[in-house]
Design a protein. Structure first.
Lengths: 282, 309
């Protein structure tokens, strides 16, 4: 059994089932397109796990398989199983999962454009049944984590900036009081400074609110800096896994995903030169 | 002067009735992003069910209590509308999550034909009447202000009041309640709504039910005015320019749009008609809608179409 996280040894003999475990799943879109070819991973409670890889590697599909949002994309888990706290996820609706504390923040933010920021946040509490006061309390908490949202609370989400929308989407997920947030590509289209800001808040939520994160990212360098454990995907398979610190010092990862090699950073001029010679002189 | 006001009031009352049908369009569009061409068919089915159920129960009760028969009629028709909402969700919308607006629009065209056919199969295709005991006699108002006073149909007056109450209630529902907010969220983004745990199936049944009830009210009022018959479907066509004028996403817009078109129709018929040979009433609404589309594609009160790259 693959077992991720820093708590590997301590949890090995624990009798309670893993927090989230994905066991050898296969996903097919439109009945013909095989996207995931046997993916297994696990998330320990309280950790941040990064799922890395390029375009089309299957990161988003993996997250959707966990949150059961594949249906809308005509996808289907055909083999393997996804278990959250020992319960099979397949038979649950996305709403059931949100009630149990698994919320996905989709790639590309997906705020409700015509609703104000505050209304967006409030929709996040839709499944909660613990009363108005508790929801207000969470709303205040979200505003504390994201002070920017408080200043924009009455503007329509579609008119806010990309960073604010990403914060809104994460805040909306937090409103459901989640245990596990599936965060898809939070750095997409954001300026580096804003990316850092978003990741800082994610880390903060992780340590203070004990929210676990499964994070799909292309921005390998930033993701590994904040994550505890990482999986690298390619072509619908997991090709490498390890503690984040190990991965970021691994030579292959450096070469392929960070653009670094053993001899330090390759100069862009060298690469160009090499290409030019190959094309014109040989 | 008295005649002008009378014409205008007449227009306002018809406008209110257009608005009732338009409201059904707006509701479904607001809550699911679907332009529902079947709204006219829903009005027809609701009115048919109401007319037939009250007729049958009246016969069963021996014609003693018209009131009781009408109550049974309304409950029966309400049940039918619920059934329609459930079936539409179960057999049509559930398969079409996250599809293009155009696909969903074509589907509602199909639903319209099915409803028209089934409605007439079950309830018959004759002309029926609905009698909910609306007072038919006109009253004279403002006698002190204007010479001769203004004649108003009591029936129209009650209908307008009913429509106003419905609109007020629905506006509050959409803006203030958690379910209303969830419905607006679904309209914006199906998948995001799913991801925060809003169950699409349930919200769609709710909103089609509400639209069904609005159709029932519209059906009862139109039906008691001009009888229940197939031509009720065309009422929906008259409501089309109303929603375009008022804005597809605005509940108050449906009302204001209805009033503008109602009044515009009547006044133009009376005052401009003689110059062009009459018949303005039929096309006036469409021309108004066209002009509005040229300058404000989202309608007078519609949400601005936001495109951010």
């Amino acid at each position: 059994m693959r077992c991720g996280g820093l708590f590997l040894e301590s949890n090995m003999n624990a009798p309670n089932p893993a927090f989230l475990s994905v066991n050898n799943i296969e996903v097919i879109y439109n009945h013909v397109i095989l996207v995931l070819k046997g993916v297994s991973l696990s998330v320990q409670e309280g950790s941040i796990v990064a799922l890395l890889g390029g375009n089309g590697a299957g990161k988003t599909t993996t997250l959707r398989a966990v949150s059961n949002l594949l249906q809308g994309e005509r996808g289907e888990v055909t083999k393997g199983s996804v278990e959250y706290r020992g319960e099979r996820v397949e038979a649950m609706t996305p709403a059931d999962l949100v009630k149990r504390g698994v919320v996905q923040v989709m790639e590309g933010r997906h705020c409700f454009g015509h609703l104000t920021i505050e209304e967006n946040l409030r929709t996040g509490a839709y499944t909660r049944t613990d009363g108005k006061a508790a929801v207000e309390e969470t709303l205040e908490k979200v505003y504390n984590y994201f002070p920017r949202l408080k200043t924009r609370r009455t503007s329509q989400a579609a008119y806010t900036s990309g960073g604010e929308q990403q914060m809104c989407a994460i805040g909306r997920a937090i409103m459901a009081k989640p245990k596990l947030v599936l965060l898809d590509e939070p750095s997409m289209g954001l300026a580096p400074l804003i990316v850092e800001e978003v990741f800082e808040i994610v880390k903060d939520l992780n340590t203070k609110e004990k929210v676990s994160f499964l994070l799909a990212e292309q921005n390998t360098m930033v993701a590994l800096r904040y994550a505890d454990f990482g999986y690298i995907m390619e072509n619908g398979r997991i090709v490498m896994e390890g503690a984040a610190s190990e991965l970021s010092s691994n030579e292959d990862v450096k070469e392929f995903y960070l653009g670094l090699s053993g001899e330090g950073r390759k100069s862009f001029r060298d690469i160009k030169h090499y290409r030019r010679r190959k094309r014109w002189l040989s | 002067m008295g005649f002008f006001i009378e014409t205008m009031l007449g227009g306002l009352m018809t406008g209110m009735l257009y608005a009732l049908v338009a409201l059904g369009f707006v509701l479904i569009f607001k809550a699911s992003g679907v332009f529902n061409f079947a709204q006219g068919a829903m009005v027809l089915v609701a009115a048919l069910a109401m007319a037939r159920f009250s007729e049958w129960s009246n016969a069963a009760l021996g014609g003693d209590s018209l009131f009781l028969a009408n109550v049974i009629g309304i409950i029966g028709a309400g049940a039918v509308m619920f059934l329609v909402a459930w079936a539409v969700e179960r057999f049509v919308l559930r398969k079409l999550v996250n599809q293009e607006g155009a696909t969903l629009l074509m589907v509602t065209l199909g639903i319209a034909y099915v409803l028209e056919g089934l409605g007439q199969t079950f309830f018959g295709s004759e002309i029926y009447s609905i009698n909910v005991g609306m007072p038919k006699d006109p009253v004279i108002m403002f006698e002190g202000l204007i010479e001769g006073g203004v004649m108003i149909n009591k029936e129209d007056f009650i209908a307008a009041a009913l429509a106003a109450v419905l609109v007020g209630g629905l506006t509050l529902f959409f803006q203030k309640t958690a379910i209303g907010r969830a419905l607006r969220a679904v309209a914006d983004d199906h998948q995001a709504a799913q991801s925060v745990g809003i169950p699409l199936n349930k919200t769609w049944v709710i909103v089609w039910c509400v639209a069904g009830l609005v159709a029932l009210v519209a059906g009862i009022i139109w039906g008691s005015k001009m009888g229940v018959q197939f031509s009720l479907v065309t009422v929906a066509l008259r409501a089309l320019p109303v929603v375009i004028l008022g804005g597809l996403t605005s509940v108050p817009g449906a009302i204001v749009g209805g009033l503008i078109i109602g009044v515009g129709e009547k006044l133009s018929e009376v005052y401009l008609g003689p110059f062009v040979g009459g018949g303005i009433e039929i096309w006036f609404a469409y021309v108004m809608a066209l002009i509005v589309l040229l300058f404000r594609p989202q309608g007078l009160f519609g949400e601005k179409i936001i495109n951010r790259v």
